[in-house]
Design a protein around this ligand. Structure first.
Ligand code: SF4
Length: 417
């Protein structure tokens, strides 16, 4: 067991030290106006308030969250990225957001060019609130739109309508936040390919700098999981779901978006720096209910229920911020590196992989991927397949589309050991 703090590095290995010090922080805000039927996130429903004053529940949570941040040992790097995710972080008042940012600043420092993102939902904010967020340093906004058809929004149990989306877009435009992202979901119950194209084209007309495109995953613990069977009506068939993925790739790349990650598209220069930290398997702090941090080779997930999370923070305070957790074994680090890195369009640097895990491991990976190389789902670019140099990547869209199949093969190969 290693203490989850940043004190006991070997001074002989400065590069290793550097690689394990986080300069990113994820902040979980677990409140939503209602629970969407497909969602299994750790969230807490706080009612149907629009904006402004919010309940004591949220303020109490913010206080505990700030205590967790205050007690966490700092690693020495100012934060280069901060991400307020949820839940619906736009249920935070400006004062609450500022309170959290100021605690982060005091504890870790915030780089002058830091990316500060917040997830927002249509209909949960007004102009003054967005201006307040921007003035507090937020420079990236990500809005969960999901679909541009009221019937589909209703099917999903979303708390907003299409007209809320348009009103929210108008407010975002007025505030001129530099990086603005929209989320859409494909594969919804009753969704047709034509509706999906319509949503994509509408999103392109809005012209955000970034788009996240998710394929619906039916989790068994959700309302959808109790109601629907994946691949059967009214959910789209696997073929239609695949056609939706390919359609997104065609429409968005034709509109000038780079498909830089399995589910993410950005105009040049607007990739999400925070999310790249996850995909590159770099360390990050995480704070709040259900949030998972990755520090000093340890992943740690906080309790997913409010009361348990509050008790856990109290224990952390009693332990002066020292959290016991086990470092991930090397084989798991390898699988995580592959699983995350192959999500990126540039793929994984093979010489980096050799340096970290050895040449024999890279040869084994390549051997295992042969059927997919023949099929055109994986390739090596900027090097060659004989010496295994350059970048190992999935092709777009076919390799991305079948990434689960490719990864399942790698996992079964390396988990047998
Ligand atoms: S708004 Fe987002 S986090 Fe909240 S319930 Fe819906 S999907 Fe889940």
């Amino acid at each position: 067991m290693l203490p989850h703090q940043l004190l006991n590095y070997s001074p002989q290995d400065p590069q290793a030290i550097e690689a394990t010090i986080p300069s990113s922080a994820y902040i979980h805000i677990p409140f939503c106006r209602r629970r969407c039927y497909y969602c299994d996130f750790p969230v807490f429903v706080v009612g149907d308030r629009k904006t402004g004053s919010n309940s004591g529940t949220i303020q109490q949570y913010v206080e505990v969250l700030c205590q967790e941040i205050e007690i966490t040992p700092a690693g020495g790097h100012p934060l280069a990225t901060i991400f307020f995710g949820g839940g619906t972080p736009s249920l935070l008042s400006v004062q609450q957001l500022v309170q959290v940012i100021e605690v982060l600043r005091r504890r870790f420092g915030i780089a002058s060019d830091a990316e500060i993102s917040i997830e927002i939902d249509p209909g949960t904010f007004d102009l003054q609130q967005l201006q307040g967020y921007r003035d507090a340093g937020v420079n990236r906004i990500s809005m969960g739109v999901q679909a541009f058809q009221d019937d589909l929004l209703q099917v999903c149990g979303r708390s907003h309508t299409v007209s809320d989306i348009w009103e929210s877009v108008a407010l975002i435009r007025q505030v001129e936040v530099p990086n603005f992202s929209l989320d859409l979901i494909s594969g919804l119950p009753h969704q047709t390919l034509q509706q999906w194209e319509e949503s994509l084209e509408t999103a392109v007309k809005i012209a955000p700098t970034h788009l996240s495109i998710y394929d619906l995953i039916v989790e068994s613990v959700t309302a959808f999981g109790r109601q629907y069977q994946p691949g059967t009506k009214p959910l789209p068939t696997d073929e239609t779901a695949a056609a939706m993925y390919r359609t997104a790739q065609q429409i968005l790349t034709a509109a000038g978006y780079e498909h830089y990650e399995v589910s993410n598209y950005a105009k040049p220069g607007y990739q999400c720096r925070h999310n790249r930290v996850y995909w590159e398997n770099r360390p990050y702090y995480a704070f709040g209910m259900g949030a998972a941090s990755y520090i000093q080779g340890c992943r740690f997930t906080r309790p997913r229920k409010t009361r348990e999370y509050y008790e856990w923070v109290q224990h952390l305070i009693d332990a002066e911020g020292i959290l016991e957790c086990s470092a991930i074994p090397d084989e798991e680090v390898l699988l995580e590196t592959l699983m995350l890195g192959l999500r990126l369009s540039e793929g994984i640097c093979l010489s980096g992989l050799k340096k970290k895990f050895g040449e024999a491991v890279v040869e084994r990976i390549w051997k295992c991927l042969q059927p997919y190389y023949q099929q055109g789902w994986v390739e090596i670019v900027g090097g060659d397949t004989k010496y295994l140099e350059g970048y190992l990547k999935l092709t777009d869209p076919e390799g991305f589309l079948f990434s689960n199949t490719v990864l399942a093969t790698l996992f079964s190969q390396f988990q047998e050991d």
